[in-house]
Structure formats: C-alpha cells, structure tokens
Design a protein around this ligand. Structure first.
Ligand code: AMP
Length: 171
C-alpha cells in the first residue's frame, strides 16, 4: 500500500502559503483501483475493532465515509468551527500553517464507543490531538488514529502519546 500511495500523491510547493509543500492526495482519489485498495486496506485492519469512524474536515470525510460504508458502520464528522448545527464541543489548536478550531456534536457518540479517527495527512499533530480530545470529551474512546501520509520530520506522533497511530506512508 505504501508504494501505491507514494505513486498517487503529488507535491504542490508553496501552497497554501510560501514554504509549505502541500501533499495532494487527489490523484489517489481519482484512481478508482487505488482508492478501493486504500479503503479496503484500512477497513480490513479495523474490522471488528471499532464501532464508529471519525473524519476530520475536509479530506478526512472522504476517507472516513468510504471506510465506514465498507464496514457497515456510522461516520461522525469533526468540523471546522461554526459548521455543525447542533450543540457542540470545541477545541482550538495550532496548524503547520495558522490556527484553527474544530467541533463535534455533543451527542455524536454512544458512551464508550471505540472510534477510528481518519485523516489524509499527519503534520504537526495538532489537528489529530484536538480531535482525539473532542472524541474523549464526548464520551467515546479513541481506538486508533489512521492517516494516509505522515510527515515524520514534524514529529506529530509525539503529541499523540498514548494513542495508537498508524500511517500508511511516512516521509
Ligand atoms: P497538523 O495539525 O499540523 O497535523 O495538520 C494536519 C491537517 O492539516 C490535516 O488535516 C492535513 O490535511 C492538513 N495538512 C497539514 N500540512 C499539510 C501538508 N503539508 N499537505 C497537506 N495537508 C496538510
């Protein structure tokens, strides 16, 4: 899977601002066979191990929805502040570029549900850390954090101590 993912990612220099190399996974999504292989790979590793999927806005939604469908499970969106209509919990965090706030509905989970968090890229780990805090504040348990690509040089993993973190590809 790592080689397939590597072959379907592309670097976009200086996006969204100078100095950032954006890891674009739209070529992976556009390749039906590669997307299916990715979703199947993730789903089979967590089948029976998790109760619900969380996708982090926005690219995490694509992955979490597909894996949830494959497993016959539900999917909970963790969204940027101000997007969810119901009562929410909120966390602020620092990004590789800028700062942000994310939210989840307070009633998104059943107590103790095992959650698989999905996103495309693990960079500084701030987003995943904030997401894990939201999941736990909402009464569920983070079973694992799964990303397609980990930027190892940013050491986001160190902010996620105590969590199972898996990256299909680390650069
Ligand atoms: P971080 O909180 O620093 O781990 O950033 C992770 C979030 O920002 C993820 O939702 C990624 O989609 C996005 N992100 C951060 N850095 C990059 C990058 N170099 N290329 C693509 N996405 C990125």
């Amino acid at each position: 899977m790592a080689a397939l993912v590597a072959s379907r990612l592309r670097d976009i220099p200086d996006f969204p601002q100078p100095g950032i190399v954006f890891k674009d996974f739209t070529p992976l999504l556009a390749d039906g066979a590669a997307f299916e292989a990715l979703v199947s790979d993730i789903a089979q590793r967590y089948r029976g191990q998790v109760d619900v999927l969380v996708g982090i806005e926005a690219r995490g939604f694509i992955l979490a929805a597909a894996v949830a469908y494959e497993l016959g499970l539900g999917m909970v969106p963790v969204r940027k502040a101000g997007k969810l209509p119901g009562e929410t919990l909120k966390e602020s965090y620092a990004l590789e570029y800028g700062t942000a706030e994310i939210e989840v509905h307070t009633d998104a989970f059943e107590p103790g549900q095992r959650v698989l968090v999905l996103d495309d890229v693990l960079a500084t780990g701030g987003t995943a850390e904030a997401c894990a805090q939201l999941v736990e504040r909402a009464g569920a348990s983070v079973a694992a954090i799964e990303v397609v690509l980990e930027l190892g040089f940013l050491d986001g993993r160190s902010r996620l101590a105590g969590h199972v973190v898996n990256a299909i590809l680390t650069v």
